[in-house]
Unconditional design. Structure first.
Length: 286
C-alpha cells in the first residue's frame, strides 16, 4: 500500500531552515527529529539562500511581477481583439449562409467525427434541433388505425351519403372508441366526402345588362342611405299567398319615407300586367 506524500507549508520549511542555519544541531539530527528527509532539508536550505536577497530588495520582486502582469494584460487585450474579430466574421458568414442557402442544403453540411459537436454545428448553421431529431408520426399507421380506415371505407361504400357524424356513430356500434374529430381526419386522409346536394347560387348571364345602383345618390358621409322626403324612393315586391285550392300573387308599392302603401293588387296569375298595373296606380296618386 502506497504512503500518502506529505506536504509542508512555506512557514514550516522556513522554520526548519532557520534551525539548520543556527548550527546548534546537525542537519541529520534536525531531519530525524522533524521526520523529514535530509535531502529535502538541503534543498530547502539552498532555495532559501538563493532567494534571501529578495528580503532586502522588494522592488525587484514587484518589478518582476509587474512586468509579468503587464505582459499578460497585453496578451489578453490582443486575444480579446482577435476573438472579437473572429466573432464578427463568424456572425457575418452565418447570416449570409442562413439567407442564401436553404435549410435542406444546410443540413447536408453536417458532418460526424469532428471535434465540433453536432449541437454546435446545428447552432452555427442556424438549423433547429427538432428538424433533425424529430420524426413525424404517420397517422393511422398502427394496426388499429388501419382497421379503422378499412371499416370507414366499408361504411362509405354502403352509405356514400354519410358524413363524419354518422360514420362516427357506426364505428361506435362496431366497438371502436374514437373521437368525431379523428373520424373527420381519417375521412379527409382517405379523400372521402359525403354525397349530398350542394347549394347552387344564381349564375349571372354575362350578356345581360347590369343596371347601376340608384340609391348611391342618397348616401351621406357615413355611407348610409337617407330618405328624408316623400316620393324620393319607392320599392316594390311580389310574393305569393297559399290558399286551399292554389295560390294568389300579391304585388305592392311602398314609399320609403312615409312607409305608406301607395298601391297593391292580388291576382291568380303572375304576369307583366300585374306589376305594371300596380305601378300605374301608384303614379296616378302623385
Amino acid at each position: 500500500m502506497s504512503r500518502k506524500r506529505k506536504t509542508y507549508s512555506a512557514e514550516y520549511k522556513a522554520k526548519l531552515v532557520v534551525e539548520v542555519l543556527r548550527e546548534e544541531r546537525t542537519l541529520n539530527e534536525i531531519a530525524s527529529s522533524y521526520e523529514v528527509l535530509p535531502k529535502s532539508l538541503q534543498n530547502w536550505k539552498k532555495q532559501f539562500l538563493e532567494n534571501a536577497s529578495l528580503a532586502f530588495d522588494k522592488s525587484a520582486v514587484v518589478k518582476e511581477y509587474k512586468e509579468q502582469i503587464e505582459t499578460l494584460e497585453r496578451e489578453k487585450d490582443a486575444t480579446s481583439k482577435k476573438l472579437g474579430e473572429v466573432i464578427v466574421e463568424r456572425d457575418f458568414v452565418v447570416g449570409k449562409l442562413k439567407s442564401s442557402v436553404s435549410s435542406k442544403s444546410r443540413k447536408e453540411l453536417l458532418e460526424t467525427g469532428l471535434e465540433i459537436s453536432k449541437n454546435t454545428q446545428l447552432k452555427l448553421l442556424s438549423i433547429p434541433k427538432s428538424s433533425i431529431y424529430y420524426k413525424a408520426v404517420v397517422p393511422f399507421s398502427s394496426d388499429t388505425g388501419q382497421e379503422i380506415l378499412n371499416v370507414i371505407d366499408k361504411i362509405y361504400t354502403k352509405y356514400p351519403y354519410y358524413g363524419h357524424r354518422r360514420v362516427h356513430k357506426m364505428l361506435g356500434r362496431f366497438g371502436f372508441t374514437i373521437g368525431r374529430k379523428k373520424v373527420r381526419t381519417a375521412m379527409k386522409l382517405m379523400g372521402i366526402i359525403a354525397l349530398y346536394p350542394k347549394p347552387k347560387t344564381t349564375i349571372a348571364n354575362k350578356e345581360h345588362q347590369k343596371y347601376p345602383y340608384l340609391l348611391k345618390a342618397f348616401k351621406n358621409d357615413k355611407n348610409q342611405v337617407v330618405i328624408d322626403k316623400p316620393n324620393q324612393v319607392w320599392s316594390t315586391d311580389i310574393t305569393y299567398i297559399k290558399l286551399d285550392k292554389g295560390f294568389v300573387y300579391l304585388v305592392a308599392v311602398i314609399d320609403w319615407n312615409t312607409k305608406k302603401i301607395l298601391s297593391w293588387k292580388l291576382s291568380n296569375t303572375m304576369d307583366v300586367s300585374l306589376t305594371t298595373g300596380v305601378l300605374k296606380e301608384a303614379l296616378e296618386q302623385v
